[in-house]
Structures are given as structure tokens and as C-alpha cells.
Design a protein around this ligand. Structure first.
Ligand code: URA
Length: 299
């Protein structure tokens, strides 16, 4: 049976072919009965794949070529139709409904919104609510506000490379942030700058929602990316280097701590050696997370 990535690629290719035919003016396609049967079978195969899928252990370190950090405008427009978390067909309706309800709660939360230090475009989460692996970052930035999805900018591209090396796709996992709104630059001069760290008040306002998301998704393993995620989820101020390469627990779920992709981008700007070293460290963390996933699938 093809794996999830192969099936996802096949569907992507099929979509492209159909779009191409449509662009050429074809509004009908001829399908053989056996092709039709294959297509009908795909959702079922997907469901089985995700339900039974153990984590794939990758052997080589990720190729993480950090792109240069692009700086988007400080978008602060309102959020009329913020999309709910992306859900695949395999998602249980119950989880999807619960996440949608949570997203509505976030939007309506006066305490959160009244801080006055955050953007107004909500970036809730993306990926598969039935995922066994949940990645948690800090907060959206300008690019994420624009797409209304987490990890879209330079850090997101780097994360994609890491996931690729883990033989995982964004569709298989669930990605979220501690904060659902972008911490705005504190003064006009910084307005063009990308991100700032969230304040304690901002984290306090947002933490209950990410904890509620964990309750809904119930992943087998969580990866906390960077200090904000690790410290707020694990309620510690310990240095990141001391938290890495250990198994922590949150609500009984193993939590693996790693550096934030933005940190790797920062390292690359310092020196190639530093980047290589820290990239290797991140890869060690990801391998540990994969091991935990495999372990939980077996047992
Ligand atoms: N950094 C984060 O922590 N989250 C994002 O979504 C983007 C950048």
C-alpha cells in the first residue's frame, strides 16, 4: 500500500492534471471503471494509513537551507472570515467541531483582545486534528497573518525542510502556536521588523487555548519549538539547552523541547559552523521525537 506522502503526492498530481485539462477547455473527463474504483478507495486508504501509521525513523540529518528572512508589512486588519483549522477528510467531525468552537472562543475573548498589544488577525492552527504529532511554536508573524496559517515565513520554510527530513508532511501533523495573534512591535520604528517575543501578559492570555487544543487533538507526542512554547507549556524557566534531549510530560503526553527554527536562521547569520552545529542539535531532538512516536505506536 502506498504511504501517506505518496498518496498525498498522487492526489496533488491528479489535481494538477485535472486543472490543466480544465484550463485547456475540457469540462469532461473519461475515467476507466478501475481508476474510478481506485479513487473511491483513497479516503479509506488514507484513514487506515493515519490510524495505523507508526512514525518513520529517518536516518540522515535534515537539509535545512535557511532562506533569508523576509519582512512583511505589519498587518493589523480585522479578521472577518478567519478559516477554521485545516482538517483532512480523516478528521473526526467531533474534533473538528471542537477546534472550530475553540477558534470562535479565541476570537470572542475580550481579555485576550483587550491587551491592545496584539494584531487582530487570528492565526489559529493548521494540519490534521487527528495527528499523532503536534508542533507548538510561539506566535504568528506578518507572513502567518497574511496566510492565516502558522509557520509560513522563513521559519516556516525551514520547518518544512525539517519535516521533510522526518518524512512527514504538514497534512499529517498538527501545527499551532502558544499565541493566536501577532505580538505587535512596540513602537513605530520597529513596525517593519518582523517579530517580538510575547510578553507574560500575552502568554497568560493565550495559554489556556493551546492547552485546550492539546485536549482536543490528544497527540501522542508534542514538540515545543523554542523558549516561549517550552517555558509556558512546561511551566519552567530553565534554559532551553537543559530542557532538550529529555522527555517531559504535559497531560500525560511526552513533550520534546527543541530550538525554534528562527534560532537556526539567526545562527546562520552568525557563522556557517554555528549553524551546522545547532542544525545537528535540532536533528537530534527530532530523532528523539520520532523515537517517542514509534514507541507510542508500538505500545
Ligand atoms: N514563529 C512561530 O513561533 N510561529 C509561527 O507561526 C511563525 C513563526
Amino acid at each position: 500500500m502506498p504511504n501517506a506522502a505518496q498518496m498525498s503526492e498522487a492526489i496533488h498530481t491528479l489535481t494538477k492534471i485535472l486543472q490543466h485539462q480544465k484550463d485547456l477547455g475540457d469540462d469532461k473527463i473519461l475515467l476507466q471503471e478501475n481508476d474510478l474504483a481506485t479513487l473511491r478507495n483513497l479516503p479509506q486508504q488514507f484513514r487506515q494509513q493515519f490510524a495505523a501509521r507508526p512514525a518513520i525513523a529517518a536516518a540522515s540529518p535534515p537539509v535545512v537551507n535557511a532562506p533569508s528572512q523576509s519582512q512583511g508589512p505589519a498587518t493589523t486588519e480585522s479578521h472577518p472570515n478567519t478559516p477554521p483549522p485545516t482538517a483532512t477528510e480523516t478528521t473526526s467531525p467531533n474534533k473538528r467541531d471542537q477546534l472550530n468552537a475553540l477558534a470562535r472562543e479565541v476570537k470572542a475573548d475580550e481579555a485576550y483582545r483587550c491587551l491592545g498589544t496584539l494584531g487582530t488577525t487570528m492565526v489559529f492552527a493548521s494540519g490534521n486534528p487527528d495527528a499523532r504529532l503536534m508542533l507548538i511554536g510561539e506566535a504568528p508573524g506578518p507572513e502567518e497573518e497574511q496566510d492565516k496559517k502558522p509557520f509560513r515565513g522563513a521559519a516556516g520554510q525551514l520547518l518544512d525542510n525539517i519535516l521533510k527530513a522526518m518524512k512527514l508532511t504538514r497534512e499529517e501533523i498538527y501545527i499551532s502556536n502558544v499565541l493566536k495573534f501577532r505580538p505587535l512591535p512596540s513602537n513605530q520604528q520597529d513596525a517593519a521588523a518582523s517579530n517580538r517575543r510575547p510578553s507574560k501578559d500575552e502568554i497568560n492570555a493565550g495559554i489556556k487555548y493551546i492547552l485546550a487544543e492539546i485536549d482536543v487533538v490528544k497527540p501522542a507526542v508534542i514538540i515545543a519549538l523554542g523558549g516561549t512554547a517550552a517555558h509556558s507549556l512546561l511551566e519552567t524557566n530553565a534554559p532551553l539547552k537543559d530542557l532538550r534531549q529529555q522527555e517531559h510530560h504535559l497531560k500525560g503526553i511526552p513533550v520534546i523541547v527543541s530550538y525554534h527554527p528562527s534560532y537556526l536562521i539567526h545562527c546562520e547569520s552568525i557563522s556557517a559552523d554555528k549553524y551546522k552545529k545547532e542544525k545537528g542539535e535540532v536533528w537530534r531532538d527530532m530523532k528523539l521525537a520520532l523515537q517517542k512516536l514509534e514507541h507510542s505506536a508500538r505500545g
